[in-house]
Design a binder for this molecule. Sequence first.
Ligand code: 5GP
Ligand code: ZN
Length: 107
Amino acid sequence: MDCIFCKITSGEIPATFVAESEHAVAFNDINPTQPVHVLVVPRVHYTDVAHLAVSDTEALADLIQLGVKVAEMTSTGSFRLQFNTGAEAGQTVFHAHGHITSRTPRS
Ligand code: 5GP
Ligand code: ZN
């Protein structure tokens, strides 16, 4: 399967992880839209967060907890956690991922 996020989570493509957990990794978005823009990505491939949610609730909770941790590390605590789900909602990478964005980075 030719999935860019599988290649990043497996280490096939080198990436700097901002944080890691049992089920997920976090790395900076290549094209940030906010001063803080980090992706939280499950280690196992699911097409989107809806498939993750019905397949592995432990991994889903772990992913959200990692997102909150990253937001606390990188921002003042005001942040968004967004899951684009489906092409018409703007999803372009079909490996589940959450966007942590914040306008107020931790200085
Ligand atoms: P989506 O539009 O699917 O919700 O979000 C995909 C995100 O992945 C986009 O914000 C895009 O900039 C980011 N992205 C795509 N390819 C790469 C990559 O190879 N490395 C990193 N770090 N981010 C990527
Ligand atoms: Zn994948």
